[in-house]
Design a protein around this ligand. Structure first.
Ligand SMILES: Cc1cc2nc3c(=O)[nH]c(=O)nc-3n(C[C@H](O)[C@H](O)[C@H](O)COP(=O)(O)OP(=O)(O)OC[C@H]3O[C@@H](n4cnc5c(N)ncnc54)[C@H](O)[C@@H]3O)c2cc1C
Length: 367
């Protein structure tokens, strides 16, 4: 069985930053990703990122992926394994990796899990018809493979993802019939909502999908209004002749490996669902497993990069690797994360982390 000092699972912004930081601290790193290129969600983000200047705000996501990947791609101390999926983390610390129909095992001294998130679905009649997509799939089709998902789309969800993907659909020449949002207000940034409205797309707040119809694929979608109690109001139905329905209704941490590894988990709605109980170094109840990015709580790429840096340095330090440079990086990263989460926009995440830390103290994960 192969060995490595630190295995990073996932080469999205969190995993890449964990690998870069652990390497800077002097550790030997293996970074495994099931995709065919490093970058995770970033590879399909054609828009310029918001976030913080230290984390490349103003650059396109796909360019950020290239900048980060370039820092490890030709480093002899980093083994980047692409098209390789971690299928299990076992009690003895070994992990199984599936690559080209064969299974290999690696035993790292320590691992940073940064597997990101999965998209949430909505339950409504017709949600299994071809033509009903998650927003991530629509982005992959358009921005990675250059394929339009359809001719006319109903977008469900007016958070940043729903708004950004709507705009990208318009840029690709696809009609966006409407954006529907169950909440009474648009959740995404105003700047994105204004762009959509200027293009003539109505944003229907306090509305949801009632059903999607079609013989073999999507032919129409019916939406209806929601009252202040979030119950649908009969008689308010509106039909849209669309061939695609795109769901952008939130993300949940992709935590299967952590459950299997026996990490202590907690349900924290403010962080998107079940997350590992971890300390300020992002170390879980299993001392050899650290977490970072959307897996540790749904936020954004900026926080994912900073968390990856913290987890990478902390993991390397636990193996005795530490340099003045890496300790400075760690201090800077902690300050950047506090600044990013300050203010009203960070309130929800701060609340979730407070609960997680309290639970961590109760179960002895946080000192
Ligand atoms: C439409 C859209 C727009 C966005 N816009 C912004 C923005 O403007 N600014 C911003 O800051 N953020 C934005 N975000 C959010 C940002 O993309 C995510 O928060 C960020 O990518 C999370 O990083 P991550 O590394 O945790 O996960 P991901 O980027 O999802 O990376 C996880 C990686 O893990 C790999 N993986 C998963 N499971 C396994 C396994 N078992 N084995 C091997 N590999 C595995 C995946 O292939 C993937 O490459 C946007 C997101 C979307 C969807």
């Amino acid at each position: 069985m192969r060995t490595t000092e630190i295995c990073v699972i996932g080469a999205g912004p969190a995993g890449l930053c964990a690998a870069i930081a652990a390497r800077r601290a002097g550790a030997q790193v293996t970074c495994v990703d099931s995709g065919d290129r490093p970058g995770g969600q970033l590879v399909k983000q054609t828009h310029k990122f918001f976030g913080s200047r230290g984390q490349f705000a103003g650059k396109r996501g796909m360019d950020i992926a290239r900048i980060l990947a370039a820092q490890i791609e030709n480093d002899p101390m980093v083994d980047l394994m692409l098209e390789s999926t971690v299928i299990g983390i076992y009690d003895d610390g070994a992990m199984g990796i599936e690559h080209e129909d064969s299974l290999t095992f690696i035993k790292p001294a320590c691992m940073v899990c940064a597997t990101g998130a999965s998209e949430r679905m909505l339950a409504f009649p017709g949600n299994d018809l071809p033509g009903v997509y998650g927003a991530g799939a629509v982005q992959t089709l358009m921005n990675v493979y250059g394929v339009r998902p359809g001719k006319s789309v109903l977008m469900v969800g007016a958070g940043n993802i729903g708004l950004i993907v709507s705009y990208q659909l318009l840029q690709a020449g696809v009609e966006v019939a409407a954006v529907v949002e169950a909440m009474p207000e648009v959740g995404g940034y105003d700047v994105h909502a204004r762009k959509i409205r200027r293009a003539g797309v109505p944003i229907l707040t306090s509305h949801t999908v009632k059903a999607v119809h079609g013989a073999r694929t999507v032919e129409a979608a019916c939406v209806w209004a929601l009252g202040s109690d979030f119950q649908p109001i009969p008689g308010t139905e509106r039909a849209f002749q669309v061939d695609t329905v795109c769901l952008a209704v939130g993300l949940a941490p992709l935590a299967d490996l952590l459950w299997q590894a026996g990490c202590k988990m907690a349900y924290i709605p403010e962080l998107g669902g079940h997350v590992a109980i971890r300390d300020e170094d992002y170390r879980t109840s299993r001392p050899d497993i650290y977490v970072a990015g959307d897996l540790a709580g749904i936020e954004e790429a900026s926080s994912a990069m900073i968390e990856g840096t913290i987890a990478g340095i902390a993991a390397a330090r636990s193996l005795g690797h530490s340099t003045r440079d890496s300790e400075e990086m760690l201090a800077t990263a902690r300050a950047q994360l506090d600044a990013l989460r300050a203010g009203p926009k960070g309130e929800k995440v701060r609340k979730g982390i407070d609960r997680l830390m309290r639970l961590g103290r109760e179960v002895g994960v946080v000192a």
